[in-house]
Design a protein around this ligand. Structure first.
Ligand SMILES: Cc1cc2nc3c(=O)[nH]c(=O)nc-3n(C[C@H](O)[C@H](O)[C@H](O)COP(=O)(O)OP(=O)(O)OC[C@H]3O[C@@H](n4cnc5c(N)ncnc54)[C@H](O)[C@@H]3O)c2cc1C
Length: 945
């Protein structure tokens, strides 16, 4: 259950040191004494230990005695150092739950960009919200797992080097969007870098300490070395800390100091934000770790201090937190990792320090009384054993990173990386010598070579995934892949990184995973680094249009390294207009490649299609379909396809209410996109996925024109049970024809069915007033085109609710000789690239194929657009050329057939001649197209050249 349902809406304030024990406090809790030590009389009983010790075996939280019930909060906090929050009081629990649920939904709506009132409006809204709720529940339960390691490209990871600090760099962290990088230094300076350009964007300078009363309390900046940084999950705040013992909070956008929190009694060495983005019910929480051996919790929503967590016996060196109200910390020389359960006010203690066999032997030796010879032999044996030793004693746990809410990894001076779960006291897996050994030649008789493990100096995990990375000073960052059960891990690859790596973070800007690290000459806690290294320049791709083409393109592009993708969609709410859509083998193939196929679970399986005379009911042709395949042809609601695609578009990629009005070629600077709301954006590559009336195409192909084909289509959905009662034949997908009209009736699943009625008018006469696309039209108007149809069909047409019909006037344009323009800065996908107005009833499939091929081409040529876009053209142009040729041929044949019939042909003859009954031409090149195979063949051919 998402904890935001239960978290108080107002900021909690837990000033334990000042309060009498609260009613929520568990009975038997002893009051802490001054100085943080327990009074003798309040010493914990075995059941009320300070730390929650875990058994070796699976931990049963109910039965395992030892859940810590002691107050872990600061007994000696200066209350004036912090601001206060408020407490909820006059609300019944039921009222509170209702209010919180409402606020939570409001937060979700806001996050999805839905305006008030829209939430109940339509199915798509419900689906979006339900998908978000499911995601939230999974994330809150800490169970979301992204298996991304296999797609993470490590080889040749590009990097940016920046120089700006006068003294050593101590830390680096990027904003969640990967736009900004912040680095801290021993010079007391924090530098904000623009990762798009690699240039310095702002410098937060060190301040002079205020010699007066407050001793620097009121100074708007740090007065000494900065050691730790963290950015809030919404990217709004940067937190910093260091030798001046103050936690600084900065406004990232305004480049301003917001607040300084005093309270720590020693240097601040670690900072981490809780990774739940602030909503109406979740505040922005920040944890700090200090050499004073405590952690502190701050609430940045109310800018208040919350509490102090006690337990570590040595300076805290590292911290991490995820969505839930938990944190892990590494206690350096106390050799523990502590897992803090904030609401329960308990901590689990995981003891590192795993031994070496050599040390164990040494400990067990009785050397007294040995003669020289025996001792010599023993020493020699010891030296030999030491040379083979792979496990070393851990003297300090230096770094820790959370994988999910129960799993975390730690590294230390033994060189081992340990994988922990909250269920076990001991590591579930240990990788000894993760970064190898340092060997030093010394001229002693018994130990000519001294081998020491390289410490694991930094560790970072891609949260809720199977990927993490570690750093040391062996010249590489090692990237590790966890197995599916999170029971072990293996090396995935290395990224070269000279110097000592002293911080590693993954950030997940929209559509991509990026590893970011900070390196220096000395190990992390000596804070002696000289330069930092981050990720490379990225290709900025703007996809215009959030239809099937745009969404599929973004999904495919989001898997490509060093590429940032945005979708700009004009609609304020992504809601597919129209009714049903056919998903055949070709479309399933591309959905599989996109990883979306299993998400599309709704639809009506088409076991047969009929062609009938709409006036007489004569069945002219019946085609039986194979349904015993893994993915048979279906007719589904368009919204279902859209929701399935949307579920795979990474968060933050889509920007709604962005109607493109103008695109400008800015030469080497890229392409400038201007939107109706007055905003603009710049991209290196613009993908025109904006449909048949493409603004992108109009800009780059100014002479291109589309024309009304003569066909107008009206589409609507209806509850289908009553429709089938009207005529059982309506249960089967069918075209009911007139000579120049037809009515398509088909179930689309979930009790609904679709009517798509078409009529043809002479384009020479009607083109001027035909500009409609998804425009509502009245019922009587639609009915007027089907007067001669069977009463049952007319009856069904009349059941469509007034206002539900949408009109689509089919337009078409000529074949393009290239789908790319502006020196490979513009490319068209989907309907914009081949203006055929659904002529094959598979245009969504084509659009998605385009997007997938484009992404493969970019990946193949490592984002080199000058090579990737010609490859895209090479694969897709002949395909569309074949479609145009086919349509031309079909039109000529139909005209010839009609001519043969002559003017006196009856209504029924004209209907018959319209329908292809002999199976027609082999159309498997469209409906059986396997785009993955097409790609492979294209690459094989390319390599032979
Ligand atoms: C009657 C009919 C029946 C069809 N049946 C099928 C079928 O059964 N199966 C099938 O696969 N295909 C079918 N198609 C074709 C299919 O609908 C299209 O080929 C497909 O939707 C094309 O996808 P797209 O993403 O290229 O364009 P679209 O779906 O048109 O999406 C374009 C997107 O761009 C946005 N946009 C437009 N202009 C701007 C702008 N200036 N700024 C920002 N955003 C903009 C639009 O709002 C829209 O969201 C049918 C088409 C028609 C007309």
């Amino acid at each position: 259950m998402p904890d935001s349902f239960f978290a108080p809406s107002k900021t909690r304030k837990r000033k334990r040191s000042q309060e009498a024990p609260s009613s929520s406090r568990k009975p038997g809790r002893s009051a802490p004494s001054k100085g943080g030590k327990q009074k003798a009389s309040a010493a914990p009983t075995p059941k009320k230990r300070r730390d929650e010790e875990l058994s070796d075996e699976t931990h049963d939280s109910d039965s395992a005695g030892g859940i810590d019930e002691m107050d872990l909060r600061a007994p000696d906090v200066d209350p004036d150092a912090y601001e206060s929050g408020e407490e909820d009081e006059d609300e019944t629990p039921a009222e509170k739950r209702l209010r919180l649920a409402k606020m939570y939904l409001d937060g979700v709506k806001q996050g999805l960009g839905l305006a008030d009132g829209e939430v109940d409006a339509a199915e798509i809204d419900r689906e979006l919200i339900s998908a978000r709720l499911k995601q939230d529940v999974l994330e809150h339960s800490g169970k979301v797992h992204l298996f991304v390691a296999d797609n993470y490209q490590i080889e040749d990871a590009p990097s940016i080097r920046t120089r700006g600090h006068r003294f050593s760099v101590t830390g680096a962290v990027a904003s969640p969007s990967a736009r900004w990088l912040f680095t801290s230094g021993k010079d007391g300076v924090i530098i904000k870098w623009d990762l798009h350009t690699g240039r310095k964007a702002y410098t937060f300078y060190k301040c002079r300490p205020d010699k007066g009363k407050g001793k620097g309390k009121d100074v708007s900046g740090h007065t000494d070395e900065v050691w730790a940084l963290a950015v809030s999950p919404d990217g709004k705040y940067l937190a910093s800390g260091g030798k001046d013992r103050r936690v600084g909070v900065w406004d990232v956008e305004k480049n301003e100091w917001v607040k300084g929190f005093s309270g720590h009694r020693d240097h601040i060495s670690a900072l981490a934000f809780r990774k739940a983005p602030p909503t109406a019910t979740t505040s922005t929480q920040l944890y700090s770790g200090s050499f004073d051996r405590t952690l502190k919790l701050f609430d940045l929503t109310s800018m208040g201090y919350v509490e102090t967590l006690f337990g570590h016996q040595a300076p805290v060196l590292a911290l991490d937190a995820l969505r839930a109200e938990i944190a892990v910390s590494a206690g350096g020389r106390d050799k523990t990792v502590r897992f803090w359960k904030i609401p329960e006010e308990t901590q689990l203690v995981f003891r590192g320090g795993g031994g070496s066999k050599w040390m164990d032997d040494l400990d067990g030796m009785d050397i007294d009384g040995e003669d020289d010879e025996a001792e010599g032999a023993r020493r020699k044996k010891r030296a030999e054993e030491k040379a083979k030793e792979t496990r070393f004693v851990e003297g300090s746990i230096e770094c820790v990173a959370m994988i999910d809410d129960q799993t975390f990894v730690s590294g230390g001076d033994s060189g081992s990386i340990c994988l922990w779960t909250t269920q076990k006291k001991k590591p579930v897996f240990t990788q000894a010598l993760a970064h190898g050994l340092d060997e030093a030649h010394v001229e002693t008789e018994d130990m000519p070579i001294v081998r020491k493990p390289r410490w694991v100096t930094a560790i970072g995990a891609l949260r809720y995934s199977d990927l993490f990375a570690s750093g040391s000073w062996d010249g590489s960052i090692r990237v590790w892949k966890l197995d599916a059960k999170l029971k072990s891990f293996a090396l995935l690859g290395t990224i070269s990184a000279a110097g000592v790596v002293n911080s590693i973070h993954f950030c997940t800007p929209p559509a991509r995973v990026r590893l970011q690290c900070c390196m220096g000459e000395l190990a992390r806690n000596t804070r002696g680094s000289i330069e930092q290294e981050t990720s490379a320049r990225i290709l900025r791709v703007a996809v215009v249009g959030g239809g099937p083409g745009g969404l599929a393109t973004a999904i495919a592009l989001s898997k490509i390294p060093n590429l940032e993708v945005k979708i700009y969609e004009q609609a304020s709410l992504l809601r597919e207009v129209g009714a049903g859509i056919s998903i055949g083998q070709n479309t399933w193939n591309v959905l599989e490649l996109l990883g979306v196929a299993d998400t599309l679970t709704s639809g009506h399986v088409i076991d047969a299609t009929l062609n009938l005379n709409g006036k007489t009911g004569e069945e002219i042709h019946r085609q039986v379909k194979t349904v015993s395949v893994k993915r048979p042809q279906i007719r589904a609601q368009r919204t279902k396809l859209q929701s399935a695609l949307l579920a795979h578009v990474p968060p933050g990629v889509i920007e709604l209410s962005k109607k493109l009005t103008r695109v400008v070629d800015k030469g080497k600077e890229g392409v400038e996109l201007h939107f109706k709301d007055g905003t603009s954006a710049t991209a290196d590559l613009v993908v025109g996925a904006d449909g048949i009336r493409s603004v992108v195409r109009d800009a780059a192909w100014p002479d291109y024109e589309i024309k009304f084909t003569g066909t107008t289509i009206w589409r609507a959905l209806l509850p289908w049970e009553d429709v089938v009662k009207q005529d059982p034949r309506f249960a089967t997908t069918a075209w009911w024809h007139g000579p120049t009209t037809h009515v398509w009736l088909s179930p689309v699943g979930e009790g609904l069915g679709e009517i798509a009625a078409r009529s043809w008018q002479d384009p020479a006469v009607h083109s001027a007033d035909k500009v409609s696309w998804g425009v509502p039209v009245g019922n009587a108007y639609v009915q007027s085109h089907f007067e001669e149809y069977l009463p049952g069909i007319r009856e069904v047409i009349s059941w469509v609710k007034e206002g539900d019909w949408r009109e689509f006037a089919a337009f078409a344009g000529p074949e393009l000789s290239k789908l790319t323009a502006w020196d490979d800065k513009v490319v068209l996908v989907g309907d914009s690239s081949h203006a055929l107005s659904g002529a094959f009833g598979s245009g969504a499939g084509f659009a998605m194929e385009d997007g997938w091929v484009l992404a493969q081409a970019l990946r193949y040529y490592r984002n080199d657009v000058h090579r990737a876009l010609p490859l895209f053209d090479r694969i897709r142009l002949p395909y569309y050329a074949r479609m145009y040729a086919h349509l031309g041929e079909q039109a000529a044949q139909r005209a010839a057939r009609l001519e043969r019939l002559g003017d006196s042909a009856s209504y029924d003859d004209r209907v018959r001649v319209k329908i292809i009954t002999d199976g027609g031409k082999d159309m498997s090149w469209i409906y059986g197209n396997n785009i993955g195979k097409v790609w492979d063949e294209a690459i094989d051919a390319l390599q032979l050249e």
